[in-house]
Design a protein around this ligand. Structure first.
Ligand code: ATP
Ligand code: MG
Length: 473
C-alpha cells in the first residue's frame, strides 16, 4: 500500500480556542535556563513547585526520547492547572504536537468515545518524514511562450543554465502558468521541484546586476549555480499520525481535515499506517516525535475511557499524556467506588502527580493586575486591593471575572455623568460584587430559598411563592 503524507492543512485544531482566552496572558512557564521559576515572568506568577515540575517534564518532552508517560496535575479549582498546561504548550517547539481536549468533550461527538480518544492520541504524535526530491536549479537564459489565437492553449520553451551546462525544456500549460504567477523572467535563478512542478524564485543572478529595470528595491542577488542542472535535496516535513490516517482513509479524503469531520477511521487503515511508519523508521526515512495530549477535567472521563488510556500508554506510538483535575476523593464515573482524584487506582499508579496550591494575597494581586492589563482595563489601587480581597475569600477566577464586569459598570456610570478618564473605582467593584454572586453566596441563597426552585424530582412547592401564587381565595 502506498501512503500519502502530504497535505497543505495545518494540524492546529480550532476546537480549543475557548481555552486560550482565559489564559491569553500566558506565554510560557516563566522559567530561567536552569528551570528555576522566575517570580513573575511570561504572565506566570507563583506556583513555583508546580512550574518547576512542569519545566522538567518540558525537558523530557523536548529530548524526544520519552513517550507513554502519564502526568496528573491536581489541585483545588483556579490554582493554575490549565494555565500551567497552556504555558507548557507555548514552550514546546513548533514541531512537537500538542493536543488539548476536555474530558467532557469526547462524549458530545458523533463518534464513539474511544474513537474520539484514539484520534486525540494520534493527533499528538508527530511523524517527521525525510524525503529526497529532484530539483532543477539554474539561471534562466530565456523564456519563450507561444499562445494560440484563442489564448486557451499555450506552448513554450525554457532555456536554463548553470555555470557548466545549458538545457532547453519544453513548457506545458501548467508550467507556463506557474512561471507567470511567480513573475519569473530571464536572469532569475529558480528551483523547480520535479515531483510537483512547483517553482521557487531564489533570486536574481549577479550577472544581471546591471539590468536596472528588472529590479525592485528588495532584489536579492545570488550566484549562478554550478555543476549539474538536476540536483537532489532532502526535505523534511512533520505531520501527525492522525493526519496520515485521515488523508489515507478513502471515505473521507484529506478534505475532512478542513471541516474537522473525520468520522470513525477503520482499524485496518491504522494498522497499515502503523506498520508503514515503523518501516520508515527502520529505514531511517522517518522519525517519531512523541508530543503531548492534554486532557483537562479528566475526572469527567468514565471507566472505559480510563482503561483505554491505560492500554494506549503502552502502545508503540504513544504521546505523553498530561491530565488535570480538581477532584479529591471522588467516584470514578461508571463505577460505584471512590478513589483519589476520581481516577482508577491502576491509572493513578502509573502517573506522576504535580500538585498546585492555593495562592496567597500577594500572588492573587499580581495575577489580577496582569489580567487587567491583558484586558486593557485600568484599575485604581483601591479597586485592585478590594478585588484581591475578594479573590482570597472566594476564588481567583471569580475575582478575575469581576474585572470586566466592573469595567462595564464603570462605563455605564461615566456615560451617564459624562466625566471622562475611565478607571475602575472601588465603587464599581462593590456594585459588581453585589450584582453577581460567587458560588459560596449562591449556595447560601439556595439553602435559604431552596423551596422556590425545582428539585431533582421535578417538584416545586408553589405555596412558597407567596401571595401571588395563592389561588385559594
Ligand atoms: N500562576 C499563575 N500565573 C498567572 N495566571 C494564573 C496563574 N494561575 C492561574 N492563573 C489564571 O487564573 C485563572 C484560573 O486558573 P486556571 O483556569 O488555570 O485554574 P485551574 O486550576 O485549571 O482551575 P479548575 O480546576 O477550575 O479548572 C486563569 O485565567 C489563569 O490563566
Ligand atoms: Mg482548569
Amino acid at each position: 500500500m502506498s501512503i500519502t503524507t502530504k497535505s497543505e492543512v495545518s494540524s492546529s485544531s480550532l476546537n480549543n480556542l475557548s481555552l486560550i482566552a482565559a489564559h491569553s496572558h500566558i506565554s510560557g512557564l516563566g522559567l530561567d535556563d536552569n528551570l528555576e521559576p522566575k517570580e513573575n515572568s511570561q504572565g506566570m506568577v507563583g506556583q513555583s513547585n508546580a512550574r518547576k515540575a512542569a519545566g522538567i517534564i518540558l525537558k523530557m518532552i523536548s529530548s524526544g526520547k520519552i513517550a507513554g508517560r502519564a502526568i496528573l496535575i491536581a489541585g483545588p479549582p483556579s490554582t493554575g492547572k490549565t494555565a500551567i498546561a497552556m504555558g507548557l504548550s507555548q514552550s514546546l517547539g513548533n514541531n512537537v504536537p500538542f493536543t488539548a481536549i476536555t474530558g467532557s468533550e469526547i462524549f458530545s461527538k458523533e463518534i464513539s468515545k474511544t474513537e474520539s480518544l484514539n484520534q486525540a492520541f494520534r493527533k499528538s504524535i508527530g511523524i517527521q518524514i525525510k524525503e529526497e526530491t529532484e530539483l532543477i536549479e539554474g539561471e534562466i537564459v530565456e523564456i519563450q511562450i507561444d499562445r494560440s489565437l484563442t489564448g486557451g492553449h499555450k506552448q513554450g520553451k525554457l532555456t536554463i543554465r548553470t555555470t557548466d551546462m545549458e538545457t532547453i525544456y519544453e513548457l506545458g500549460n501548467k508550467m507556463i502558468d506557474e512561471l507567470t504567477k511567480e513573475k519569473i523572467i530571464a536572469g532569475d535563478v529558480i528551483s523547480i521541484d520535479k515531483s510537483n512542478g512547483k517553482i521557487t524564485k531564489l533570486g536574481r543572478s549577479y550577472t544581471r546586476a546591471r539590468d536596472y529595470d528588472a529590479m525592485g528595491a528588495d532584489t536579492k542577488f545570488v550566484t549562478c549555480p554550478e555543476g549539474e542542472l538536476q540536483t537532489r535535496k532532502e526535505v523534511v516535513h512533520t505531520v501527525s499520525l492522525h493526519e496520515i490516517d485521515v488523508i489515507n482513509s478513502r471515505q473521507q479524503g484529506f478534505l475532512a481535515l478542513f471541516n474537522g469531520d473525520t468520522g470513525e477511521i477503520r482499524s485496518e487503515i491504522r494498522d497499515q499506517i502503523n506498520s508503514k511508519v515503523s518501516e520508515w523508521k527502520e529505514e531511517g526515512k522517518a522519525d517519531i516525535i512523541p508530543g503531548v495530549l492534554f486532557i483537562d477535567e479528566v475526572h469527567m472521563l468514565d471507566i472505559e475511557c480510563f482503561s483505554y488510556i491505560n492500554r494506549a500508554l503502552e502502545d508503540e506510538f504513544s504521546p505523553i499524556v498530561i491530565m488535570a483535575t480538581n477532584r479529591g476523593i471522588s467516584k470514578t464515573r461508571g463505577t460505584n467506588y471512590k478513589s483519589p482524584h476520581g481516577l482508577p487506582l491502576d491509572l493513578l499508579d502509573r502517573s506522576i502527580i504535580i500538585k498546585t496550591e492555593k495562592y496567597n494575597e500577594d500572588e492573587i494581586k499580581k495575577i489580577l493586575s496582569i489580567r487587567s492589563q491583558e484586558e486593557e482595563i485600568e484599575l485604581n489601587d483601591d479597586s485592585l486591593s478590594l478585588l484581591t480581597k475578594i479573590g482570597l475569600e472566594t476564588s481567583l477566577r471569580y475575582a478575575s471575572n469581576l474585572i470586566s464586569v466592573s469595567y462595564q459598570l464603570a462605563k455605564k456610570k461615566r456615560l451617564q455623568s459624562n466625566n471622562g478618564g475611565l478607571k475602575v473605582s472601588i465603587d464599581d467593584v462593590k456594585r459588581s460584587y453585589m450584582l453577581f454572586l460567587d458560588s459560596a453566596r449562591s449556595v447560601q441563597f439556595l439553602e435559604q430559598n431552596s423551596n422556590q426552585y425545582i428539585d431533582d424530582d421535578g417538584n416545586i412547592d408553589f405555596s412558597a411563592r407567596g401571595e401571588a401564587m395563592d389561588t385559594s381565595a
